[in-house]
Write a protein that binds this ligand. Structure first.
Ligand SMILES: Nc1ncnc2c1ncn2[C@@H]1O[C@H](COP(=O)(O)OP(=O)(O)OP(=O)(O)O)[C@@H](O)[C@H]1O
Length: 509
């Protein structure tokens, strides 16, 4: 084909409006899609503004609290854009993407999951009843001249797939590649709490495709926000919401002996269950435990107290994990006793209680994990059990882990030996009882997840500071909402006022 013919083909399918849409026209389109496609009555603050900027082709950085509705900021523009095209969504977890795809398909939006290993993940896909096509047929669809796909989800690691890259280049040439979205964008930053190396590599996206990018996160300090913009080369319009979630009651409880504390957790959950069932017909909760054994013990203790509870951790195997998650989503299991590998990106709106039986690694992690409660905006409870002995143990384990990391790096430098499985083994020796945040691979294979190199590990001083901040949160006599707001860089001075009644510290005054 001649160059002219190629150019003609390139532009033939683009139906751009003659002149840019006016502000009122954009607003009308967004309102129409919000109500008629997404079945929402009204926008939450800043949602409409962020969608409008996206429709104008701007880069967006959006930081809103967990459960706020950040997904709408890319889903609505993807559906509302009159020149169509595919929006590529880069997201960290298969389960999270499958859930989004299922929900979008249910409301009639053509969303697909590019799964770099469809066969091994088939069981997961079956479980969430996701209508993901096999890779080849998806590829074929993306290559057709009249591509219908609106949203294409992929894990950052999936972008190294050559076939996918060819498709994206083809779409780009045809003017059918509309926007890129980086969900959980804090994973880009080594200052962030879930740093993931494959995310850092996304910096080439802007250079290659020169398309607008939307970056979304719930947990980015100002430093992390800046790092996201720098890394993704964003000239971003920023939408930073307050982290304040007044529907959540935060508290820290003293942790005594294991048996005392387990009984206490059981009584606490029973009380919340009783109160919840006065007004609703379902109760749902999560108890985060540090070790796999604790997950089982806690599930047993809760079951003995009349709460239907199940254990969940990466040691269970993919089918069992999927079964537990499904039972919890459907309400057959009331409480899941899990390691932190559970819950990221799961949109279950009616979680009334999240208990941490031990410390999170950082305040951001805790904010995100506790934030899985109350996504329907109704009252929910977040309790963390703390004692100084736990803090000391955590410090000790972290120091050992960092030392191992240092030794490993030194060794790698001298021998140029990657030795990744040795690292996993050595990390497992001291921390084998814990689960790291799962990667796409680990979340779906029946193998032990390799601990992800995290921000904490890449910089020892930061790791220790993060843990110390978490400990200070437990020991503070200041409003817990203010602690989050101050740390997560809320711009709104008002939000730094005490919550009055939404945490144990303020309630006790
Ligand atoms: N304008 C709105 N009105 C009512 N509900 C909304 C609105 N926008 C989003 N939601 C709902 O809020 C819930 C949470 O949305 P979403 O999953 O996008 O949250 P999120 O901000 O991505 O949270 P997280 O960071 O925890 O993943 C969803 O059930 C979604 O349908």
């Amino acid at each position: 084909m001649t160059r002219v013919a190629l150019e003609r083909e390139k532009y033939a399918e683009i139906k751009k409006p003659d002149k840019p849409l006016s502000g009122e026209e954009i607003e009308a389109i967004l309102q129409d899609k919000l109500v008629n496609v997404f079945r929402k009555k009204a926008f939450k603050p800043l949602q409409k503004e962020a969608c409008a900027e996206a429709l104008k082709g701007k880069d967006i950085l959006a930081c809103f609290p967990t459960g706020y509705g950040k997904s709408l900021l890319y889903q609505l523009p993807a559906v509302a854009a009159c020149d169509g095209g595919v929006t590529l969504v880069i997201s960290p977890l298969l389960a999270l993407m499958a859930d989004q795809v299922r929900a979008l398909c249910e409301i009639g939006i053509d969303a697909r999951l590019f799964n770099s290993s469809v066969a091994t993940h088939q069981v997961f896909i079956d479980v969430v009843r996701c209508a993901a096509l096999k890779r080849m047929s998806l590829m074929n669809e993306l290559m057709t001249s009249n591509v219908k796909v609106k949203l294409l989800f992929v894990a950052p690691e999936g972008l190294s797939n050559t076939a996918l890259m060819l498709c994206l280049e083809h779409l780009h040439r045809k003017g059918k590649f509309a926007r890129m979205v980086v969900d959980e964008a804090h994973c880009i930053s080594s200052w962030g709490h879930q740093f993931r190396p494959a995310y850092r590599k996304l910096s080439w996206l802007k250079r290659k495709f020169e398309l607008p990018i939307t970056a979304l996160t719930a947990t980015a300090t100002r430093r992390v926000q800046d790092d996201i913009c720098l890394c993704l080369r964003l000239n971003a319009v920023k939408f930073i919401g307050s982290t304040r979630r007044n529907e959540l009651f935060y508290e820290v409880a003293n942790k005594g002996t294991d048996s005392e504390s387990q009984r206490d957790v059981s009584k606490y959950i029973q009380k919340i269950k009783r109160n919840t069932l006065k007004d609703c017909d379902a109760f749902s909760g999560i108890v985060y435990c540090h070790t796999r054994d604790q997950c089982h013990v806690m599930a047993q203790v809760l079951s003995n107290g009349g709460v239907v509870a199940k254990a969940y951790h990466a040691g269970l195997g993919v089918k069992e994990r999927a079964r537990v998650q499904q039972a919890w989503m459907e309400g057959a299991a009331e409480v899941v006793c899990a390691t932190v590998s559970f819950g990221m990106g799961i949109d279950k709106t009616n979680v009334r209680v999240v208990v941490h039986y031990s410390l999170s690694n950082s305040l951001e992690s805790y904010y995100q994990e506790a934030g899985r409660a109350g996504r329907d905006g109704k009252r929910a409870f977040c309790r963390l059990y703390y004692c100084t002995k736990d803090a000391e143990t955590r410090r000790y384990l972290l120091m050992k882990e960092l030392q191992l990391q240092k030794d490993k790096n030194r060794k790698r430098k001298s021998t140029a030996d990657t030795g990744s499985d040795k690292r996993v083994k050595s990390l497992n020796r001291i921390g084998k009882i814990t689960d790291a945040i799962p990667t796409e691979e680990s979340a779906n294979n029946d193998i032990e997840p390799a601990p992800e190199p995290t921000g904490e590990l890449t910089n020892s001083r930061d790791a220790i500071q993060s843990l110390n901040r978490m400990i200070r949160y437990c020991e503070t006599l200041k409003c817990r909402h203010v602690a989050f707001s101050a740390h997560l860089g809320d711009l709104d001075d008002y939000s730094l006022q005490d919550c009055k009644l939404h945490c144990d510290v303020c309630a006790a005054q």
